[in-house]
Design a protein around this ligand. Sequence first.
Ligand code: KG4
Ligand code: ZN
Length: 480
Amino acid sequence: MVSLVYNTLSSTFSRANIFLKPQFSRRTSRLRINLSQFGPIWSSKVTNSNSFTTRCSSSSNRITEISCDDNDIVVLGIETSCDDTAAAVVRGNGEILSQVISSQADLLERYGGVAPKMAEEAHSQVIDQVVQRALDEANLTEKHLSAVAVTIGPGLSLCLRVGVRKARQIAGSFNLPIVGVHHMEAHALVARLVEMELQFPFLALLISGGHNLLVLARDLGHYVQLGTTIDDAIGEAYDKTARWLGLSMRRGGGSALEELAREGNAQSVKFSVPMKQHKDCNFSYAGLKTQVRLAIESKKIDTETPIFSASSQDRSLRADIAASFQRVAVLHLEERCERAIDWALKIEPSIKFLVVSGGVASNQYVRTRLGEVVKKNGLQLVCPPPKLCTDNGVMVAWTGIEHFRKGRFDLPPPADEPEDFVFDLRPRWPLGEEHTEGRSGARSLRTARIHPSLTSIIQSSTPQSLPFNNDVENMKHHAG
Ligand code: KG4
Ligand code: ZN
């Protein structure tokens, strides 16, 4: 049974603005959240592992009661932070009722990257259909939803806006609470939908087109960042390498490169592993990209010729580069994960799992290699299925459920929200606090790579006008 009683709703609070530390896990049976600083007194009580009640004891105009069972919570998740328009409906018990994705493969193939304005238009064209299909396939209407979850960052603000507008329209029209979701947190938490045994604290490696993060997840909403990328993320390196090798970007550069690498000799080109001298958990892929470009030039590969029309000799040269790149790119992940496991166990000795998620985690070679690292260290690997590693609506809906269960959501927006309403979008949004040991190396290197005189250019220029535009372009597009 879900009962949701609203009176007139006026003020809002964002889950990101409230700092709650409830003593709760999926196994504990009682939770009290005190929201007294936000006006009326709220309290949530978990009556058993599958149900909870949230009340507002004041007679003022707020939600007065939510009473639900996990099976009755149904959340619509919407994701538009980059180039995929995705929506899904998920039940509180983890059942995926529907999952719909519309990708911008044509644009990616044509432009070799994400152009924000065009991506925004593409999202706007399909968002209504994608959401409608997600509801239809779940055999539901908006009236059956408990809440709407939507990615509010990090990502491209033009794109985020499309999803947030749609989510607020639905929430406003049907008087539904709304949960603003962190895209990278969603990549991590979807692992808890897949592996119900996965409890906090756990370690997570999040690898996508714009981010490389090593995060210690201590509790829901409580993360410590052990490492991040100081320039490019691994997905960006896969995509650029794929493009330079003349691979089709239609299904994404990463998977095309993974396929070609299977034909190659991974020892044939000697690339060096990034950041060997930095004994921290940060990442760097810009240097490896340069090494790849130089190797392609030195082997005189005509990068304008697509792979399908390359000679067999040329194809095998490309495959060797692909395999050698992949070996070193993943070795960098392995080394950082080894160290992060040490660090994490010192902070939280009870850790049992390493979660690996984000688009690049759908790569079989990555999964196998990291599986070995985890085994060696006596942990277990949790890697969501490939469809849940790349951007999707399920991870957003599920993260919405996790926060909703704890009473962390915004109240429904007004049904007649003005067109020019300023949404809470967070194109740059760090996930948790930085671990002090992880800070020094990253900071000094980042400052060293970007000379102060360039900082103002970076802030004010279009990517095309920049001196090393490929590297900066990615930073601008995937700021997190
Ligand atoms: O998480 P995601 O879908 O979107 C972002 O948040 O960026 O990750 C996309 C990235 C792209 O760079 C894509 O090439 C990469 O994930 N990717 C892969 C594979 N599948 C997707 N990289 C390597 N191997 C794959 N099989
Ligand atoms: Zn992503």
